[in-house]
Design a protein around this ligand. Structure first.
Ligand SMILES: Nc1ncnc2c1ncn2[C@@H]1O[C@H](COP(=O)(O)OP(=O)(O)OP(=O)(O)O)[C@@H](O)[C@H]1O
Ligand SMILES: CC(C)(CO)[C@@H](O)C(=O)NCCC(=O)O
Ligand SMILES: [K+]
Length: 271
């Protein structure tokens, strides 16, 4: 009997609110990052360059993205898998409506569960999110706030005289509107992370977590964390910098979670 291809080539796709990311799936290994882009049309161009027969995706953007990809998959003869937040998979939800938890956040919980660790997860993308999960897989909750660009955009959109620029100020306090906004938003972002680490640890302790949690950091806004303009010998700053240094940066955390999901779904399918 002629066997079909035993191993199919699978792509992993994360669609965020701003960017999409593609990786190649390898069984029991960290996904191999391929590319990142903005806009769905670019994504279809990217598909043309890649060889694959399965696509596993997670989308936090509009449903329309999924519909277009589904149509593409049907036409191009690709097997499509879509991860959606659901019950099971060893996660106990704290949301009363579990489906309203973003699939990107849920996938990072799945990753923590698969690594059998308590985790404090910060994703600094379009939005900055915190998620906390204990070793047993109980989601203890999280936070959502606007990311760096969204904060700046909101100020510009809702005001008359505010402007932003892409340049990174070299002063500690802004002496122009652009600098004042950049520095203010960056301070908010850092404040989020600083407070998140404290609140997460408190909540884990309350929940009886005995083991040290992993702290994972991901997202396009990571370069804004820490403030090199504050003196190193300042106690508050140096404690925060030390904490940041001890944090594990995992740039493709959601894709890693998607790989775990895909692996588990295939195992279930195989019986
Ligand atoms: N070319 C671009 N077009 C639009 N926004 C951009 C671009 N480059 C960077 N950004 C900004 O960078 C910020 C972080 O998004 P990033 O591209 O790093 O993706 P991300 O961290 O994966 O976020 P998400 O998963 O929410 O899309 C966004 O708030 C966005 O405004
Ligand atoms: C919070 C974001 C935008 C982060 O990407 C996403 O996870 C999302 O749309 N979540 C839905 C709301 C929630 O998680 O409570
Ligand atoms: K994200």
């Amino acid at each position: 009997m002629l066997e079909g291809k035993l191993v199919s080539a699978t792509l992993l796709l994360e669609i965020g609110n701003t960017a999409w990311k593609l990786a190649r799936y390898h069984q029991y290994q960290t996904p191999e990052f391929l590319s990142k882009g903005y806009g769905i049309d670019d994504l279809f161009n990217e598909f043309e360059k890649l060889e694959f027969d399965e696509l596993a995706m997670a989308n936090v953007g509009p449903e329309e993205h999924f519909e277009r990809i589904k149509l593409y998959a049907e036409t191009a003869n690709k097997v499509l898998f879509e991860a959606r937040t659901s019950s099971g998979f060893g996660i106990q939800h704290c949301y009363s409506r579990e489906a309203s938890l973003g699939v990107d956040r849920w996938l990072t919980l799945l990753l923590a569960k698969s690594e059998q660790t308590a985790a404090i997860i910060i994703d600094a993308g379009t939005a900055i999110t915190l998620d906390v999960i204990d070793e047993k897989g109980q989601h203890l909750g999280g936070w959502i706030a606007p990311g760096m660009h969204l904060m700046q955009e909101a100020l510009v959109r809702k005001s008359t005289r505010l402007r932003v620029s892409d340049e990174t100020p070299t002063e500690l306090l802004g002496s122009s509107t652009e600098n004042a906004i950049h520095l203010g938003c960056k301070a908010s972002l850092n404040g989020f992370v600083e407070q998140a680490l404290v609140a997460a640890q408190v909540r884990l302790t309350q929940a009886g977590e005995a083991n040290t949690p992993k702290v994972w950091l991901t997202g396009g806004d990571v370069p804004y964390l820490g403030n090199p303009l504050l003196p190193d010998d300042n106690d508050t700053n140096s404690a925060f910098l030390e904490r940041l240094k001890s944090i594990e940066q995992r740039p493709n955390l959601v894709l890693e979670g998607l790989a775990v999901w895909y692996q588990q779904v295939n195992k279930i399918k195989a019986g």
